[in-house]
Design a protein around this ligand. Structure first.
Ligand code: SAH
Length: 238
C-alpha cells in the first residue's frame, strides 16, 4: 500500500479551504515524495484535527492543496509537561521526538546546576516535534519552550504536581494513581540533580519523588520511561 503523506501546516483547515504550501513543503511533496495533482494527503495544524486534502497545483517551489473532509477530530494531550535538562544534541533531539510520540503537552528544556549544554536551538527542537507528530498520527504538536532556568521556573510554580525522577531515592517512590491533575515530569542531566536542587524540590509540596527502577537510566531513556509510567497510571493509556 502506498503510504499517505501526513503534513503539518500552519494554516486554517476546513471544508473547501485552500492551503498554500511553503517552498520546503512543495519540494518534499512533489520532488521527494513524487506526489502530483489529484493525489490525496493528510493535513493537520494542531487545532482543527486531521483533514484529507487534494493537490490542486504542484510546482517545483509552490503548491496548493484543497481540504475535502475531516478524517480525525483534534486529539489534545493530557495536561502533562516534560521538563528535562538538555544533553548532547542528538540525544536532546531524541528526547523531543519521543516526548511528542508519548503525548507530552508541552516540552520545556531546563537549565539545572549540572547541565552542561549552554544553548538549545528552540526552532530546531520545535521542528523535531512537528516531524514526530506527522509520523505518529498525532493531531497536536507540543510547544517546545526556550531553555529556562529550573530555579526561575520553580520560583513562580503554581499547584501543578512535579514528578521528580531521582535515581538516588529508589524505594521512596510514591504511587501516582491517587494524584490526578496537571503534572510536570522532571528529568535531570547526565550528572543528576545537585544537593541544593534536591533540598529545594523536597521542600515543595507539589513535588513527588518517583523512582524508575533500580538501574540508572540515561536521561533520554528516563524521559521515555517516566512518560510511559505517567500515561499508564494517570494519562491517556488507561
Ligand atoms: N547522577 C547520575 C545519572 C543521572 S541520570 C550519575 O551520574 O550516576 C539522568 C536523569 O535520569 C536523572 O537525573 C533522573 O532524573 C533520571 N533517572 C535515571 N535513572 C533513574 C531512576 N532509576 N529513577 C529515577 N530517575 C532516574
Amino acid at each position: 500500500m502506498a503510504s499517505v503523506v501526513r503534513l503539518y501546516v500552519d494554516h486554517p483547515l476546513g471544508v473547501g479551504q485552500s492551503v498554500p504550501l511553503s517552498r520546503d513543503q512543495s519540494h518534499y511533496l512533489f520532488s521527494v515524495m513524487r506526489k502530483g495533482v489529484d493525489e490525496v494527503l493528510e493535513l493537520f495544524n494542531g487545532r482543527d484535527g486531521e483533514w484529507l486534502a487534494r493537490v490542486v497545483e504542484a510546482g517545483k517551489k509552490t503548491g496548493i492543496l484543497r481540504c475535502e473532509s475531516q478524517s480525525k477530530p483534534i486529539m489534545l494531550p493530557a495536561d502533562l509537561w516534560l521538563m528535562f535538562a538538555p544533553i548532547k544534541k542528538a540525544r536532546t533531539d531524541f528526547i523531543v521526538e519521543k516526548a511528542t510520540e508519548m503525548g507530552a503537552g508541552k516540552i520545556m528544556p531546563v537549565y539545572t546546576d549540572f547541565t552542561n549544554s549552554e544553548r538549545v536551538r528552540q526552532d530546531r527542537l520545535q521542528s523535531h516535534a512537528v516531524e514526530a507528530a506527522e509520523q505518529c498520527g498525532g493531531t497536536f504538536v507540543p510547544p517546545v519552550m526556550e531553555l529556562q532556568k529550573l530555579s526561575t521556573l520553580l520560583d513562580a510554580w503554581d499547584d501543578r504536581k512535579i514528578m521528580f525522577c531521582d535515581e538516588m531515592r529508589i524505594g521512596q517512590a510514591i504511587s501516582l494513581s491517587q494524584q490526578p491533575g496537571p503534572w510536570a515530569v522532571l528529568i535531570g542531566p547526565e550528572g543528576g540533580f545537585s544537593p541544593r536542587e534536591r533540598i529545594r524540590l523536597d521542600a515543595m509540596s507539589q513535588a513527588h519523588v518517583v523512582s524508575l527502577g533500580p538501574r540508572i537510566l540515561r536521561a533520554d531513556t528516563a524521559v521515555v520511561a517516566a512518560l510511559a509510567l505517567w500515561q499508564t497510571t494517570l494519562g491517556d493509556w488507561r
